[in-house]
Write a protein that binds this ligand. Structure first.
Ligand SMILES: [Zn+2]
Length: 422
């Protein structure tokens, strides 16, 4: 769909204005908190959005005790039977960097080279940090002032969804079926779906929480946790010959058999790994946690088989040693839930292509809220929001990224009007 000059300008101004407003609301989540939401300031942004959603004519608006915001947009006239979709973005920002008193700066007409962040001496965004900058020459780029993150993750997603609602309200030629909007708290601490009201969500949803223009993510890791206990025998070290079974020392030898080439620091893209992230103990007992990750579950089965074979080897080598293995499946590659219904992905690809972008589908090296929703039975791929260098003081977003993401939402909603309610 081509936007007229009028719609283009209106959309761009609206999405920039909303984005600049939202990033200035402090919504850092707190991984040490056990409350929902983890930080009360997330409710401040929720309240602002509730008021705006009312102005935009949405219905059944709820801001619940956990901080979730839900709202329904009735379909365009005559499209009541179109398949409903959900649009999701998260309210919080990462605790990795301060998100308080964000002072966004628009660098107009980027001329190439490093972008200086004024509030911190010698802090620049360079081409090494973000090679995509090369493609952004001539664009307006928004950054923080250097002393905080920007919060494009995920306030760009929120602004893009809100602006799409504004376009639907103002320009009736943009058709859509029933749409549910959901803004979630605490995504950054892995709790974005913990208290979600699944009954409010349609059968197909999209998160707007991805990076660069064109990205569409629907694959993540298949994830296992191996908890390993070594049970040894302590004896006075002066009289230990042929008697002591030193659990912690044996454990260290055990893990030296894990191939270094299969570690997070030596892998990328679609390569999986073992990640030892806890080892503690003494002569009597040692405990360890080993994360096992791969996009292909067969590779993880091979890794699990290898750990089991090491157990047998070590119990044979050290008579009297006991090794207990406990494997927990943490989450599945979300693709395995989507394969039944690739439709949700195909429509998203088409919506991106219609906005004039090439689709890029990197496999996520981690999990996402979309993965958890997919597991709950709601296939939820992740669409780009347009930003780069998330969780960093160097985070930035070209305004064109927000324009394109909003355009993709409009295309997506239109494409879904061609699908009938199941
Ligand atoms: Zn995010």
């Amino acid at each position: 769909m081509n936007l007229s000059a009028e719609v283009h300008d209106f959309l761009l101004n609206d999405v920039i204005e909303r984005f600049l407003k939202y990033v200035q609301v402090w919504t850092t989540s707190d991984s040490n908190s056990s409350t929902h939401p983890s930080s009360l300031n997330q409710l401040d942004l929720g309240k602002i959005l509730v008021e705006e959603l009312k102005e935009l004519g949405l219905e059944n608006i709820v801001h619940d005790e956990f901080g979730y915001v839900y709202a329904d947009l009735p379909s365009s006239k005559g499209l009541e039977n179109a398949q409903p979709i959900g649009l999701i973005a998260h309210l919080d920002t990462s605790y990795a960097v301060s998100g308080k008193d964000v002072k966004p700066i628009i660098h107009e007409n980027y001329g190439g080279g490093p972008i200086k962040l004024p509030n911190v001496e010698d802090l620049n965004i360079t081409l090494e940090d973000a090679p995509e900058l090369e493609e952004y020459i001539g664009l307006d780029i928004i950054t923080s002032s250097g002393d905080t993150l920007l919060g494009a993750d995920d306030k760009a997603g929120i602004a893009e969804i809100m602006t799409a609602c504004r376009i639907w309200q103002k320009y009736s030629e943009f058709k859509h079926g029933p749409i549910t909007i959901c803004f979630t708290p605490d995504e950054e601490i892995g709790k974005g779906t913990e208290k979600i009201n699944k009954s409010r969500l349609p059968e197909a949803c999209y998160t707007l929480d991805g990076g660069k223009m064109g990205e569409l993510e629907y694959e993540c890791f298949d994830a296992w946790l191996a908890e390993i206990k070594f049970i040894g025998l302590s004896v006075h070290p002066g009289h230990a010959k042929n008697k002591m079974i030193n659990a912690i020392h044996i454990a260290s030898r055990f893990f030296s058999n894990i191939p270094e080439s299969e570690s997070p620091e030596h892998t990328e893209e679609r390569e999986g790994f073992f990640h030892l992230n806890h080892l503690k103990g003494d002569e009597e007992e040692a405990t360890a946690k080993l994360l096992i990750r791969d996009h292909d579950s067969n590779n993880n089965e091979r890794r699990i088989g290898y750990v089991k074979s090491l157990k047998n080897l070590f119990e044979t080598r050290y008579l009297g040693l006991k090794i207990e293995l406990n494997f927990t499946h943490q989450y599945k590659n979300m693709l395995s839930y989507m394969e039944k219904d690739m439709h949700v992905i195909e429509i998203a690809k088409k919506a991106i292509e219609e906005s004039g972008l090439e689709v890029d589908s990197p496999a996520i090296r981690g999990g996402t809220d979309g993965a958890r929703l997919s597991e709950m039975g709601i296939p939820t791929p992740n669409l780009f929001g347009g930003g780069s260098l998330f969780h960093s003081r160097k985070e930035f977003i070209p305004t064109l990224g927000m324009l394109k993401a909003t355009e993709v939402i409009l295309n997506l909603a239109h494409l879904w009007t061609l699908e009938q309610k199941k």
